[in-house]
Design a protein around this ligand. Structure first.
Ligand code: PBG
Length: 319
């Protein structure tokens, strides 16, 4: 076996997996203005960006041939409410930024999360009843409205990350009804109730408000078969692309989804995964660039066509 590993050229020639900037999506955290801190304590090297800063960062990503950006807003507590009204306001930070991005860098895709958590004073992805129960179908109606508002602002892809049942179908028919026949749905089909989302919740400011946890809608990390059933439902309801999240501890799920359904499949290297690598590199325990490249390559090998990663800019420069 070692004959094929004897020099860089032959190792390259027989490499079974490739990694290119075209495979990457850069998530961007938005802040309304400079009075909101840029620094995210638990996510070193990642900053919240004003719309103007987001335009510059997106230009950088486009120049590196990264395929798309994904937008997530930091919302002031004063603007949140249990009805999540700002989520469906066409003047909100995300909508204004989409419009500016599509004008400035039309060559790069814009993906937007469909979920209520940044706007919810109760911190959940869904609407919550007085008894503290997540209201599935009421949430779906609002998510459909949010998806249409995002499409209207110019979003290329809407990405429901909420894990309500039946939301892909409801969103698809709302988009069709509003004439958005080309808006793509990237469904977070298998999203697990993971400990690895902590820094993200700091970044969007949803950690303080979250009552309880998300285990009644996000999946149990123990379950492979259930992830396949989730994916099958989303495919049936009209998803164009599927996401598995988190990434690295869930390689078997990525492989199963890719082999089982054949749709374009994405892995999200989530905030906690990024933080693990970053803190370990900062402590001298591993090399940042090598760790980044290897983990992303392994997500590709497992079957991911695309990867969401906060390190997309660094990674694109390594490929
Ligand atoms: C919320 C959402 C989350 C992430 C993306 N969309 C967090 C959550 O479910 O609490 C996590 C991403 C990350 O950790 O990087 N709808």
């Amino acid at each position: 076996m070692r004959r094929l590993r004897s020099a860089p050229w032959i190792r390259r020639l027989v490499s079974e997996t490739t990694l290119s900037p075209h495979n990457l999506v850069l998530p961007i955290f938005l802040r309304e203005n400079e009075s909101v801190p840029a620094e995210i304590k638990s996510l070193p090297g990642v900053k919240r960006l004003t719309p103007k800063e987001a335009l510059a960062q997106t230009e950088k990503a486009a120049a590196l041939e990264i395929s798309a950006v994904a937008l997530f807003p930091w919302v002031d507590d004063a603007d949140k409410d249990p009805g999540c009204r700002l989520a469906v306001n066409p003047e909100n930070l995300v909508c204004r930024t989409i419009a500016a991005l599509k004008k400035n860098t039309p060559e790069i895709g814009v993906i937007c999360d469909v979920a209520l958590d940044p706007y919810n004073s109760l911190g959940h992805d869904g609407l919550v009843s007085d008894e503290g129960v997540i209201l599935n179908d009421e949430t779906n109606a609002l998510l459909a409205e949010q998806a249409v508002v995002l499409a209207l602002a110019g979003a290329d892809v809407v990405a429901p990350s909420d894990m309500m049942d039946g939301r892909v179908g409801v969103i698809r028919s709302a988009l069709e009804g509003a004439g958005f026949i080309d808006t793509k749905i990237l469904s977070y089909a298998a999203k697990f109730a993971s400990c690895l989302y902590g820094p993200f919740r700091d970044a969007v400011g949803s950690s303080g408000s979250l009552r309880g946890d998300k285990r009644t809608y996000q999946m149990n990390p123990a379950n492979y078969g259930e992830a396949m059933r989730e994916a099958a439902l989303d495919v049936g309801e009209g998803a164009d692309m599927l996401m598995v999240k988190p990434g690295l501890p869930y390689l078997d799920i990525i492989r199963g989804v890719k082999d089982g359904f054949g749709l374009p499949t994405f892995a999200y290297q989530v905030s906690g995964e990024y933080a693990m690598l970053r803190y370990a590199a900062d402590a001298g325990a591993l090399e940042w660039e090598r760790a980044l490249y290897e983990t992303a390559l392994c997500l590709r090998r497992a079957g991911a066509d695309g990867i969401f990663t906060y390190a997309a800019i660094d990674l694109a420069k390594l490929t």
